[in-house]
Design a protein around this ligand. Sequence first.
Ligand SMILES: [Zn+2]
Length: 251
Amino acid sequence: MSPSLVALSAIGLFGLVYVVVPRVALLANRWWLAAECRRRRRIAVTFDDGPGPAMTPLVLERLTAAGVPATFFVLGHNVAGNEALLAQLHRAGHEVGSHGNLHAHHVWSLPWVGVLDTREGWRRLGDVLPSTTRPISFRPPYGKLNLISWWWARRRRAAIAMWTHDSQDTRVGRRCPPAAVAAAVRRSGGGVVLLHDFDRDGAAGTDDVLARLDAVLALRHEGYEFVRVSALLASEPKAASVTAVSAGECR
Ligand SMILES: [Zn+2]
């Protein structure tokens, strides 16, 4: 084999490992997390990409009325100006986790960007959260890690948390109706539900998110226990401290 072919093969193999190792870890944890929710009939409602000065208070109202805790994975660049809102979430008993700083894609950006974005997101959030809220849970943007950011997060024993059911509140085109999202969670016997609390442009978008949230919250009348993600992660084997993604809940 020529030296150039050896070099190309080595680069290809590294590229495969760079993507596949964290992906397998995410999938393994997804299975574990889904099983944990099913075993204890638990639901964790989670919100990404916020806080939104208009949207998050509306979500908070719904959660308070239902008496349900949730987890908010906040972008670091949204922290400034929203300190009071974050404090309000914390005081209301919700968990505030990190979603990175600028929502960097860990696979489709330069190899070190994922680590830098994650570190900056934690730093900005850590500056406004009480020191008792450690470790700060983390959800990778787009549900992706690369080999470097995965290894880095493991070294820091990061409480990484993904989701098992996508509410499809950001999807365009054909989507599940809110009742179908709740039905998918019911069929699974519980799960970690992904929603988003960034501000929408129009009332229709806002109403759609709230309708999806209401549909999931209605499951509290069916005996499900609603928890923060840290309650699920507490019993997670440390070797697989990443939770993950599902697809096709609209079946
Ligand atoms: Zn996101």
